[in-house]
Design a protein. Structure first.
Length: 355
């Protein structure tokens, strides 16, 4: 861009120099061209509308100077300006190159250019010197599995010193919370919390029998009459602690409503949501006793012995046994062989002999 600036400076200096050769008398009494003079403008005010003395003379002199330039010199100046602009654009184009146009692949030949092929991808260019993102994900999972393997090999054996014998939970702990942890992934159900409680554990300390029936009417289809368990879950909050706290408050609210609210005595307690499984009752004689087990074992051993002795079937023996048991097959054995006379000659040769 430096040559362009120098060309503009030479052009600016040549303008007053050539005009001075033609109008020496005018330039002796006037200042140089006002176009190349630095003017200091006053801030806007009401008094700025008044023209300064000599401003009209200065404007008229600049107009006279412009009209004094001959047409051939003006054309030369314009041509120089255009060439300088072209040179400046070329230099700017070299400094700021245009983004390359992506070539369409084999499967998209003959199709119109899509916006996705024209816009540059924001991802880093894959230089074929590293693994893909999916491979990095698999490697991260492998690292996590190795971490848990190290914990199982080195840390878990030391936990045996902290082992305690199992004891039943106290009767005050009637709520059983359950939550699921998904290792190695982010699952939408990992914040879900489930609570279970037995309705009979609430009596007689927390509820009476009538209040327990009211509680069962309130929970509705969340009660299983076969196991006598009330099952509820919550996943409306983003954390497990919030869901667990909500379920605890919900159980307290149900107990309070069963004590102080309407008893719904006019509504029967039914379970249309529950479909009990059919349980078939078999007679006692069908049960296998030790004596029956011995008889079954002996029969199986006899069958195995028979199959071991007669592993290969003898066809002659089968036919002989069948001839003894079936009367029709036994009478065939008594038939004697009979001789049949066959004539010789062309008539006895069949169709070919007759021809």
């Amino acid at each position: 861009m430096a040559p362009v600036a120098r060309s503009f400076s030479r052009l600016a200096l040549s303008c007053p120099r050539q005009a001075a050769s033609r109008r020496t008398t005018f330039l002796q009494t006037h200042q140089p061209c006002s176009t190349f003079n630095q003017q200091r403008h006053q801030p806007f005010s009401a008094a700025s509308t008044q023209l300064a003395p000599g401003s009209e003379t200065q404007g008229s002199s600049s107009a006279a100077l412009d009209t004094a330039i001959p047409p051939d010199l003006q054309r030369e100046i314009k041509q120089e300006i255009r060439s300088s602009i072209r040179e400046l654009r070329k230099q700017v184009r070299d400094v700021v190159p245009t983004p390359p146009r992506y070539r369409t692949g084999f499967w998209s030949e003959g199709e119109k250019d899509d916006l996705m092929t024209q816009v540059e991808d924001g991802d880093d260019v894959f230089g074929e010197d590293d693994m893909t993102s999916m491979a990095h994900t698999e490697l991260e999972e492998h690292r996590e599995l190795r971490e848990y393997a190290r914990i199982a090999a080195w840390d878990m054996p030391s936990l045996s010193a902290l082992a305690k014998p199992f004891t039943l939970p106290p009767q005050t702990h009637i709520l059983r919370f359950r939550q699921t942890t998904y290792l190695g992934e982010t699952h939408p159900a990992e914040t879900k919390v489930v609570v279970e409680l037995c309705s009979k554990d609430l009596t007689p300390k927390y509820l009476t029998e009538e209040q327990r029936i009211t509680l069962l009417k309130l929970v509705g289809p969340r009660y299983n009459p076969d196991s006598d368990i009330i099952h509820m879950s919550c996943e409306k909050f983003p954390t497990r602690a919030q869901n667990k706290r909500y379920l605890g408050d919900l159980v307290n609210t149900l107990i309070k409503e069963a004590k102080e609210g309407d008893s719904f005595a006019d509504i029967p307690l039914t379970f249309p949501h529950h479909k009990p499984k059919k349980r078939y009752i078999f007679p006692e004689a069908w049960k296998v006793s030790e004596k029956n087990q011995k008889q079954i074992a002996e029969a199986r051993h006899q069958i195995e012995d028979i199959m071991a002795k007669k592993g290969i079937v003898d066809g002659n023996e089968v036919i002989a046994q069948a001839a003894k048991t079936i009367p029709a097959l036994g009478s065939m054995g008594q038939l004697a062989a009979q001789t049949v006379t066959v004539k010789k000659g062309p008539k006895a040769r069949g169709p070919k002999g007759r021809n």
